[in-house]
Design a protein around this ligand. Structure first.
Ligand code: DSN
Length: 426
């Protein structure tokens, strides 16, 4: 890898080596992360990156598109077959731009959107005051139930009737439970709203059939293609047949410019890979590992938001452990376990501190970790939480974490092999 870069820019090559070393020797548990298989890396760096192209197959703004047309058509056909969708638009560059292209397809400035609050699991692009969409559209938010910490569907219905949104958004960045898409689609129909699901976090689980799909119920479904989908750093949108023209126009020229054919090639490969038995087995194990970690941490006295998980992530509320999310994140980082601090529902702490951490199981499962290793990770986490500022304790935990992950290469045979020659490769 990096043959030409090593010759021409050793400085940046060294940074790639250093990052590879970090990933190889750390236990990566950021819920939005996964490991891109080697073909995804190859295709993301392929000659398709040289081609500038706008429009759609058969109606392009630039010449020389006949190969790219074949690629986009093949990728769309694979995407539709994989998810059982009427229509797929795979020109988005990310999950965020996928959402923007849906907004551009169906909304006018000032239109009303009902979505999930950011601090309860929603996403920035679902109307956070910090995101530009909050200045364009009129957002109202539904919540989770304080007791169960599950989405309060009755509350959502009441809000929808009162607010009369043009769009209802489901899907979240830190919600560990299944979402009742059928119920929300009924609410949307009742108030005459479009129903959109942002499945960025769970797309891989959905593709593998491990958890229910929103596709039959939603007008539009957006996603990134990283996270559980384990693919290129890019995006995709699905919709019902009757919205196809709107989505096309809203995506290009509505929200985006020329497409990224290199990541489109990588997505095309992933749409095939995600239908494989290998991928399905990984996704099944992701959920088993997440459930195992939730149970183990509970046994160690951690409080898991909503009492557990149905997907690839869990949120641990650390208040009874008397540490903040920030302290725990930093202490785990010091021992080589990477998670992110995260607001718990109705969190009294500021977003920069938080009372919780979000933990994801996708990347470690791809490396081959199963329940016995997840139990070891839970034990290390507990040991860290018990004395997060004790240097000797952290050193002991670091040794355990390093020994554990050393047995599971970042790129095992199934994901293809990266051979490193750099000084960082151990
Ligand atoms: N929304 C951020 C996350 O879930 O980590 C990035 O995708």
């Amino acid at each position: 890898m990096l043959k030409e870069t090593r010759k021409t820019d050793p400085e940046v090559a060294a940074l790639v080596d250093e990052e590879l070393d970090r990933q190889e020797h750390n236990i990566e548990m950021i819920a939005s992360e996964s490991t891109a298989p080697l073909p995804v890396m190859e295709l993301s760096g392929s000659v398709f990156t040289n081609k500038t192209l706008e429009g759609y197959p058969g109606a392009r703004f630039q010449a020389g598109s006949h190969v790219a047309d074949k690629l986009e058509n093949l990728a769309c056909e694979r995407a539709k077959a994989l998810f059982g969708a009427d229509c797929a638009n795979i020109q988005s560059y990310s999950g965020s731009t996928a959402n923007y292209s849906i907004y551009a397809s169906i909304l006018e400035p000032g239109d009303k959107i009902l979505s999930m609050r950011l601090d309860q699991g929603g996403h920035l692009t679902h109307g956070s005051p910090a995101n530009w969409v909050s200045k364009i559209y009129n957002f109202e938010f539904y919540s989770i139930d304080k007791e169960t910490e599950l989405i309060d569907y009755d509350g959502m219905e009441a809000k929808a009737k009162e607010f009369q949104p043009k769009l209802i958004i489901a899907g979240a960045s830190s919600y560990s439970r299944l979402i009742d898409y059928e119920r929300i689609s009924k609410i949307a129909k009742e108030v005459g709203a479009y129903f959109m699901v942002d499945m960025a976090h769970i797309a891989g689980l959905v593709a593998a059939g491990v958890i229910p799909s929103p596709i039959p119920y939603a007008d539009f479904v957006s996603s990134s293609t990283t996270k559980t989908f384990c693919g290129a750093r890019s995006g995709m949108v699905f919709c019902k047949k009757e919205h196809e023209k709107l989505l096309k126009k809203g995506t290009f020229p509505g929200a985006l410019g020329s497409m990224h054919l290199n990541t489109m090639a990588a997505k095309c490969w992933s749409f095939k890979y995600a239908a494989s038995d290998e991928f399905k087995a990984i996704m099944k194990q992701v959920v088993a590992n997440a459930k195992c970690l939730a149970q183990e941490l509970t046994n160690y006295g951690f409080r898991i938001v909503s009492g557990g998980t149905d997907n690839h992530l869990l949120v641990a509320d650390l208040r009874n452990k008397k540490i903040t999310g920030k302290t725990f994140q930093n202490a785990l980082d010091a021992v080589g376990i990477t998670v992110n601090k995260n607001m718990v529902p109705f969190d009294p702490e500021k977003p920069g501190v938080t009372s919780g951490v979000r933990i994801g199981l996708t990347a470690v499962t791809q490396r081959g970790l199963k329940e016995p290793e997840i139990k070891e990770i839970a034990a290390i986490m507990n040991q860290v939480a018990n004395a997060p500022e004790d240097e000797a304790n952290l050193a002991a935990c670091k040794a355990k974490a390093e020994a554990l992950i050393a047995k599971f290469p970042l790129y095992p045979a199934g994901l293809s092999v990266i051979k490193q020659t750099s000084k960082f490769h151990r």
